[in-house]
Design a protein around this ligand. Structure first.
Ligand SMILES: *Cc1c(COP(=O)(O)O)cnc(C)c1O
Length: 456
């Protein structure tokens, strides 16, 4: 399988170079040059498969023979064995035809484990020693932790995670610090998550180390998207054998899952609606609802992993909407990087609206929804999941189709809040304080970051 850049000016690359990459050399994101398409009979034939076998069917065409099938198969088996539920991603019913897809049974109890576990195995497979790599990215806590966990035993790989000074809740920061060992460097940025993301993109575009390969751990790296496409096939097969259309409600904690869902539909899966939920940081809602996307100051909410406004995978989505026209994407993104604003053509926006709806959920609505789900379905969910569940109930187009809300984080990660609301019966995690060596950079300090990387 060949990969190209969303900005249209690179030679096609193979899967290996996409795995071992940050951004494409023209500053765009790698995207597959063509998508595999499955007939509904093919998909229906997969309904008996366990998660790892299904993942093999979905992922193989994107690898395009660069890894022997038996090797890929055992890699995937090994990944999902690390999850603590036999179904890997179990579905839980919370209402009439309303479901929650639990994506938090991995080693760090976050959906990012799916991407990180696969990515670390692919990097270990393709990295030829003595080559070294730095796996780098921005995090509000969850992705960084998943990357640290996944790469802890991979030789010749260091993890560098940038996090915003005020963006990461104390317990998640403590978790990140506690899991860090010699191969992990943490950089605290005096700024927001968006500032961290911007620094990472800039350093990936002007990578200062000739002898070290940069790899992004956020789903700017294609593997992050690839791992998540499987979620939608899995859900649709469990709930309707791949024949009955399914709707999804996706909390906007990155655009990668949303884009992955869109891709799953293009690959032939029967998906009849996608609802994107945000908290009061509503950049994605304004994009989908009004075709007006802009970055802005973020405020803190009950769902801190959604407290940002810069969504790198929007670029891949826009590239698809513009029929893979790299020149137009290049133009739109250059304009966006200057002005912080982006609108797409009316035709492209209407096409997106055929499938997509969105809703912004305020913190008091989240509290209420957490109580409602606990009272009416007897279960606790994470606040981020609550935004999705509420958006799903208010905006679903069909009551005949199953509506699946993605639960990206385990409720235990928010045990303090859930206990305060009286919807938590388990242990409440105490907040440990830990001091671990970390570097502090100010927002926009690209020279400081470059200098730091030269010393890794
Ligand atoms: C996951 C992800 C985020 C959010 O990061 P967290 O550390 O989970 O808060 C942001 N951007 C991209 C591209 C991601 O993949």
């Amino acid at each position: 399988m060949d990969y190209v850049s969303t900005r249209g000016s690179i030679q096609p690359a193979n899967f290996r170079s996409v795995v071992l990459s940050g951004l494409a050399s023209d500053g765009g994101l790698y995207v597959p040059n063509s998508l595999p398409h499955f007939d509904s009979e093919d998909i229906a034939n997969w309904s008996w498969l366990p998660f790892d076998e299904l993942a093999l069917r979905v992922i193989s065409p994107f690898v395009g023979g660069e890894i022997e099938s038996a090797v890929l198969k055992s890699m995937l088996k090994d990944c999902y064995q690390r999850f603590d539920h036999r179904a890997v991603a179990p579905l839980q019913q919370i209402g009439p035809n309303e479901w929650v897809l639990q994506l938090h049974h991995g080693p760090t109890q976050a959906s990012k484990d799916f991407a990180a576990q696969l990515q670390s195995r692919l990097v270990a497979h393709f990295l030829t020693l003595p080559d070294r790599a730095i796996v780098i990215g921005a995090t509000n806590g969850d992705t960084g932790l998943a990357a640290v966990e996944a790469f802890k035993d991979v030789a010749n790989v260091e993890v560098v995670a940038l996090y915003p000074r005020d963006g990461v809740p104390a317990d998640r920061l403590a978790g990140l610090k506690a899991s860090s060992s010699g191969h992990v460097r943490l950089i605290e940025v005096d700024g927001s998550f968006d500032d961290c993301q911007t620094l990472v993109s800039r350093v990936l575009r002007a990578w200062p180390l000739d002898d070290v390969i940069p790899i992004s751990f956020n789903s700017t790296n294609w593997v992050g998207v690839l791992a998540q496409i499987v979620f939608f096939f899995h859900s649709a097969l469990q709930l309707g054998g791949g024949i009955r259309p399914v709707g999804f409600s996706i909390p906007g904690a990155s655009f990668a899952e949303i884009y992955a869902c869109f891709i799953a539909q293009k690959m032939g899966l029967a998906i009849n609606q996608v609802i994107v939920s945000t908290n009061t940081n509503d950049a994605l809602h304004r994009f989908i609802n009004q075709n007006s996307y802009s970055t802005r100051e973020v405020s803190h909410s009950l769902s801190p992993s959604m407290d940002f406004s810069l969504f790198s995978n929007l670029e891949r989505f826009i590239w698809e909407l513009y029929d893979r026209d790299g020149r137009t994407v290049q133009h739109l993104m250059a304009n966006f990087e200057d002005s912080g604003k982006l609108s797409i053509g009316n035709k492209q926006w209407l096409q997106a609206r055929m499938l997509f709806d969105s809703y912004a959920v305020a913190d008091d609505q989240v509290r209420e929804e957490l109580l409602t789900i606990f009272k009416e379905a007897g279960t606790a969910v994470d606040p981020q999941t609550a935004t999705g569940a509420l958006a799903a109930r208010l905006h679903r187009r069909s009551i005949a189709s199953p509506m699946v809300t993605l639960a990206q984080l385990a409720p235990s990660k928010s045990s303090q809040l859930l206990a305060e609301l009286g919807v938590w019966n388990g242990d409440v995690a105490a907040t440990p304080t830990l001091s671990v060596d970390h570097v502090v950079l100010s927002e926009g300090d690209i020279d400081g970051l470059t200098h730091f990387l030269q010393g890794v």
